[in-house]
Design a binder for this molecule. Sequence first.
Ligand SMILES: Nc1nc2c(ncn2[C@@H]2O[C@H](COP(=O)(O)OP(=O)(O)OP(=O)(O)O)[C@@H](O)[C@H]2O)c(=O)[nH]1
Ligand SMILES: [Mg+2]
Length: 471
Amino acid sequence: MDYSMNDTIAALSTAVGDAGIAIIRISGPVAFSVADRLFAPGWKEHRKKPGTHVSEMASHTVAHGLVADPANGRIVDEVLLLKMTSPKTYTCEDVVEIHCHGGRIVAAEVLRVIFAQGVRPAGPGEFTRRAFLNGRIDLAEAEAVMDLIQSNTARGVRAALEQLDGRLSERITVMRERLVRLIGQMEVNLDYPEHDAEEVSHFMATSVLCTVREEMRLLLESYGQGRILREGLTLVIAGRPNAGKSSLMNRLAGHDRSIVAKNPGTTRDVVESFVNLRGLPVRLLDTAGLRETSDAVELMGVARTLDALERAELVVAVFDGTEMPGPEDVKLMERLKKAGMQSIYVMNKADASDPVVEKALRGMLPEMPMTVSALLGTGIDALVDRISEVAAGNRTDSDHALLLTNERHRQLLEMADSALMGTENAIREGMTLDVTAFLLRDAWSLLGGIVGEGATEDLLDSIFARFCLGK
Ligand SMILES: Nc1nc2c(ncn2[C@@H]2O[C@H](COP(=O)(O)OP(=O)(O)OP(=O)(O)O)[C@@H](O)[C@H]2O)c(=O)[nH]1
Ligand SMILES: [Mg+2]
C-alpha cells in the first residue's frame, strides 16, 4: 500500500456495528475544504448552504449541522463536526472529526461521500503512522497506542500509558546520550592523540558501559512481567483424575466452562479460559487428570496435559483432600520440582476432607498446600491472591516500575547489550579506540531503533499493519 503523506485520508475511528454514534476522522491538507463541501451548519429548515463554514471555524471547536452529498444535495445525516487545526492534532495535520449516528449504514454513507471528494481511505494505523512521521510521537509511543487499544486489563492499560507517556523513550534517550558523549570523547582523542588519552578513555568507557548495561538489565528483566501484562500468564491446572480441577477452573473463570462429573477421567481435552484476576490477564488451562491408563482417548488427553505443563508459566497442582495421595500425586509433584516450575499446591474438597489425608499431603508436599473447596467456593479468594502474587514475581512495585512489554524492543535491547559487551571485551583486550568507538556506535543506533530512528518503510508497514483501521 502506498502511504503517501500528501493526500488526505479518512476512516471510521470507532468500532463497526451497532452503537449510538460513529466517529469518522479526516486528516490531511484538504480536510477542511472537503468538509466545507459536504457540511452545512444548523437544522434542515434554516440551514445555510455548504461553503466555507468549516474553514472559518476556530480550531478545536464543534459545530452541529448536516452532512449532504454534494453530488445531489441529498442529506446523509445530522452530525457534530469537530475541527482541529494543525499542528495540535493527533496526526499534526488538519483534522476533522465527524460524529454521526451509529450503525454500519449511516457511517458508510458519510464515508462514501467523503471518499467521493478525493479523500483516500486510511490504512491500518495510518493516523498514528502520520503522528510518528510528523514527529509528534516516537515509535515506542506509537506501539504503546496499539498496546493500549488491545489491553485486556487495568494493569495492562497502565503499562501502556506509561510507555505512551514517553517513559520508555526517556530511559532510552538517557542511555543513548551517555553513549554519544563517550563516542564524542573517543573521537576527540582519536583526532588529537595525546599521551595517556587511550587509557583515560578506556577507564571512562568501562564505567559508562557498566552504568548503561545495568539500566538495560533492569529493563530486560521487566520484560517477563510486561509480557504477561500484554499477553496473559499461562496457568495450568493439573492433578490426578477427580481432584476437582475442572470445578476449580469454573470457580476461577466465574462460569461453567469445563464439564464436571463424579467419574474420574471426565476432562480429555485442554480447556482454555481467558480471565482477569485482580487486573492480571490469565490464560487458564484445565487439563485431563494424570494417571496410568489404557483408554486410548484418555491417553491422548494425558499427553496433552503433559504438553500444557511444558508451556505453563505457573501450575496450580490440585490434590484431593478426601483420598489418600497416590503415585500419580507423587509423580506430578516430582515433575514440577524437576522442571523448576512455579507452582501453587492446593488441597481441594476442604469441605469433606479427611484429617488423615490432610496429614499425608502435608508430609508429601514441599510446602503447606492452600486449602480450598471448589464446590463451595471457600479459599478461592486467597488462591487468587496467591496467583497474582506469584505472577507478579513478588514485586511490590510492579504497578509503578517501567515495564518492557514489546518483543521488538526486547530484541533491540538484547542486541545493544551484546554490542556493549563486545565493547567491554574489546577494551579488555586492548583494542584501539576506533574499534571500540565503532562498537559503541552500533549499540547507540540499535537503541535508536526502539524509538524509531532509521525505521524503514518495511518495518513501519509491519508494525502498523497490526493496528486497527481508523487509529
Ligand atoms: N465435596 C467436594 N466435591 C468436589 C469439590 N470439587 C469437586 N468436587 C467433586 O469432585 C468430582 C470431580 O470434579 P471435577 O471438577 O470434574 O474433577 P477433575 O479433576 O476435573 O476430574 P477429571 O476431569 O476427571 O480429571 C465432582 O463430582 C465434583 O462435584 C469440592 O471442593 N468438594
Ligand atoms: Mg476435569
